[in-house]
Design a protein around this ligand. Structure first.
Ligand code: URP
Ligand code: ZN
Ligand code: ZN
Length: 450
């Protein structure tokens, strides 16, 4: 690959905002400086634009098997959509089959990703049975760069693990350098509420939210941090935190000096909350009670036939508990955070970069290779146009799903040019990359700071 020179832009990292050129060579940032010269280099004029590290979405589910169907984006359609939105790396979840070794889950997800992913990808593993053998396999995964594991406190009989198993797994990460990512909802209580609702013939989709109260999330978040505390104050990351009650727990444990981290998400399980929770989450993000925004991208189509997909959400007609859980977001994350955060002055430009790229890279063990613009880092770079206005719509988005939760919303800001390891993959509203060009990211241990 030849040289590329990005000129006249304003570089924005989590720490700094300054005008400089960026020279890219051999997939890496080679030089940053004023009026750089590079004979024969491809030139990208970033006048009036921000030059930011590519977005990192550490919570996606491409082709996830769920409720008798599969998430409708695969590693190709989902990563192309991510690139259009300014995201250049994802971390997806491999799922351990009951009784299966973690290696089997890893291999299955590498098969899904290889030859398809258009941007770089890492993997977490969802652990469903925490046996002594599996604990040893976790050590192997960490050595191989799969350094985080998701456990569920919800979905009894499917994903849920008991407190003893959680305690063992958290303790193990203290030894092997991995990180536990927790789905914190009280699955036992939710199961009772769901059964009661169905018995009373409450079958409509709104009962999904009504049977997953924010208190069930707050309780599980508290229990998860207590377990981490009992294991010796081990770092713990709560995924898709959605309620004020859960945020309160993060604040409590962080104030006590415990390494408690949490990522915000948009939708589903946990469900959409009342609007006041959103205001609290924005505040949490601004004050660093929340450190990461990922999407939990897990799309399912509403209607039959969209780009060859079956009608998936309608599996829940007559029983809300059969609706496959999840929603699309991998393409809209950067712009929603820019528009709702930076433009509306809830967070600074640098904080936007921090929560969408730098801290995800640090917590998930990819920094400084990913998550910043620095000499030697991968040239995953977005030239961000701060002025362009657009309307979010399923008619124009690139995700393989027939609805968009933000349909009709006007937003400011756009990924004008996207580079992944120095290669231009989005330019002039076209995908210029190649199916399968994305590489597996071998991740290390988390870099944690308060
Ligand atoms: O609704 C959701 N979140 N679906 C994906 C599975 C999970 O819990 O992350
Ligand atoms: Zn979850
Ligand atoms: Zn998820």
């Amino acid at each position: 690959m030849g040289k590329t020179l990005i000129t006249n832009g304003t570089i924005v990292t989590a720490a700094d905002t300054y005008k400089a050129d960026v020279l890219i060579e051999d997939e890496k940032v080679a030089m940053i400086g004023k009026d750089l010269k590079a004979a024969g280099a491809k030139r990208i004029d970033a006048t009036g634009k921000y030059v930011i590290p590519g977005g990192i979405d550490v919570h996606t589910h491409m082709e996830l098997p769920f409720g008798g169907t599969f998430a409708s984006d695969d590693f190709y359609t989902g990563t192309v959509a991510a690139a259009f939105g300014g995201t250049t790396s994802i971390v997806d979840f491999a799922v351990q089959g009951m009784g299966e070794p973690l290696e089997t889950a890893r291999d299955a997800w590498l098969r899904k990703a290889r030859g398809k992913a258009a941007i770089d990808y890492g993997l977490h593993v969802i652990v469903r049975d925490v046996t002594d053998k599996v604990l040893k396999e976790m050590d192997v995964m960490v050595k191989e760069g799969i350094s985080s594991f998701k456990l569920f406190m919800a979905y009894p009989g499917v994903f849920q693990v008991d407190d003893g198993s959680i305690f063992k797994a958290i303790s193990r990460t203290a030894e092997n350098g991995g990180l536990i990512c927790m789905h914190a909802e009280n699955g036992g209580v939710i199961d009772v509420l769901v059964k009661r609702a169905l018995a009373a013939k409450h079958t409509e989709p709104k009962w999904h939210a009504l049977t997953r109260p924010p208190e069930a999330e707050g309780e599980a978040t508290n229990r998860a941090f207590r377990l981490a505390e009992m294991a010796g104050g081990i770092p713990l990351y709560i995924v898709h935190l959605s309620s004020s009650q859960a945020l309160e727990q993060v604040r409590l444990f962080r104030d006590r000096g415990l390494p408690a981290y949490a990522g915000a998400k948009y939708v589903m399980s946990p469900p959409l909350r009342e609007r006041w929770h959103q205001d609290e989450l924005w505040k949490g993000l601004a004050r660093n009670d929340l450190q990461v925004v990922s999407t939990d991208h897990c799309p399912f189509c509403m209607n039959e036939g969209y780009m060859g997909q079956p009608r998936q959400k309608q599996l829940g007609i007559g029983d809300f508990s059969k609706i496959p859980n999840g929603a699309p977001g991998v393409e809209t994350r950067m712009v929603l955070l820019y528009d709702g955060g930076v433009v509306q002055r809830r967070i600074t430009l640098n904080r936007w970069v921090e929560v969408t790229s730098t801290t995800p890279a640090k917590i998930m063990g990819m920094f400084p290779r990913k998550g910043t613009i620095a000499v030697g880092s991968d040239a995953d770079i977005v030239v961000w146009d701060p002025r362009t206005m657009s309307t979010i719509s399923a008619k124009t988005h690139h995700m393989r799903v027939d609805y968009n939760p933000y349909e009709g919303r006007r937003v400011k800001g756009k990924a004008a040019v996207v580079l992944s390891r120095g290669e231009v993959i989005i330019e002039k509203d076209k995908f210029t990359g190649r199916k399968g060009r994305g590489k597996f990211i071998k991740r290390g241990s988390p870099i944690l700071q308060t």
